[in-house]
Design a protein around this ligand. Structure first.
Ligand code: RIB
Length: 336
């Protein structure tokens, strides 16, 4: 039967608390003789600290939760990779939770992470917006860092990109190549990032004196099928020469419909995406897109959270990275 912390305390003639502190490397208030006697007993009796029990005593499990809304989207799996590399490098484990953009599943995962006594949470929410559970954790000062999808009206540390700037760059690039009949496939407009990208598209049109036409804007869902459905509708509108898709997966969906109509990308329709997933420089033609530094966002958010846990940072930190335009072969000059 496994040796317990109580067995050790009895054998050493000290309290459970003293044993717990010594096995967790906290020797303050313990004599050298007592410390050495306990360490010899730990070794001779083969005591293995229980990670959860250790967490309950020290309130630390050296584990963080990572909640992401769509693990099948390479943008989020890159975030997870960056967060895990940073956490593992600082001797933290990561519990990855994929919510499938489902608020009920998100609630279940938050409850499970609480039961597992994680030290903190990295959180990329669903497109449905504000989560009451996250607001409660914030109220309780639970260590929390937001990634990618901002939560309206609450001040929490986080790592984001400037979505308005990214969409502006994409649309403006199309305009500079002579396009004025530019459609936009948005993400779900319940999501702040999707709304900001639509705003960046509108701003670029306005700054170039091109009238906004809501008939050229279709709401998507950040997935391939949403891009396909939106592109089918847009092809009913004459003369569209370019499309800004608010993420790469929807751009892939648009590709599929355009090619099914035997139309040519980019000479008949130019396409620009957002994220720069790994597939985007493999598909034909390679997709021009706005690159989000997803891996770096994951790494940076994990660093922020662990710095909070280790008391190296106490104030709120908001990092907003600038996305860059990656020019490939899915956009060409508007033919006269
Ligand atoms: O591809 C999924 C999208 O949702 C990304 O652009 C990311 O910013 C998230 O908001």
């Amino acid at each position: 039967m496994a040796i317990t912390i109580k067995d050790l305390a009895k054998a050493a003639g000290v309290s459970v608390t003293t044993i717990s502190r010594v096995v967790n490397g906290n020797y303050s208030g313990v004599s050298e003789e007592t410390k050495n006697r306990i360490l010899v007993l730990v070794n001779n009796m083969g005591y293995k600290p229980n990670a959860i029990a250790r967490g309950l005593v020290t309130r630390r499990t050296k584990t963080i939760g990572l909640i992401i809304p769509d693990v099948s989207n390479e943008f989020f799996s890159s975030i997870a990779r960056g967060a895990e590399d940073e956490a593992n490098g600082r001797e933290y484990n990561v519990f990855l939770c994929n919510t499938d953009e489902d608020v009920f599943k998100e609630k279940q995962y938050l409850a499970a992470l609480n039961e597992k006594c994680v030290d903190g949470i990295l959180y990329a929410g669903t497109v449905k917006g504000k989560s009451n559970e996250i607001l409660n954790l914030k109220e309780k000062q639970f260590p929390l860092v937001i990634i990618d999808r901002q939560i309206e009206d609450i001040e929490i540390s986080g790592v984001f990109i400037d979505n308005i700037e990214g969409a502006y760059k994409a649309t403006n690039y199309l305009i500079k190549l002579g396009h004025s009949n530019i459609a936009c496939i948005t993400g779900p407009l319940s999501d702040r990032n999707a709304c900001d990208r639509l705003e960046g598209y509108k701003k670029a049109l306005k700054d170039n004196s091109i009238a906004y036409d809501s008939l050229k804007v279709m709401e998507g869902n950040f997935k391939v099928d949403g891009g396909m459905n939106a592109m089918k509708e847009l092809l009913r509108i004459e003369k569209i020469s370019a499309v800004f898709a608010s993420n790469d997966l929807m751009a892939y969906g648009a590709y599929k419909i355009i090619k099914s109509r035997k139309m040519h990308i980019p000479t008949e329709i130019s396409i620009i995406g957002f994220d720069d997933n790994a597939l985007s420089d493999i598909i034909e033609p390679e997709l021009t897109t706005i690159r989000q530094p997803a891996y770096e966002m994951g790494k940076l958010s994990a660093r922020m959270l662990i710095d909070i846990l280790e008391k190296k940072s106490s104030h709120k930190v908001i990092t907003r990275l600038i996305p860059e335009l990656v020019i490939r072969n899915s956009v060409s000059e508007k033919k006269l």
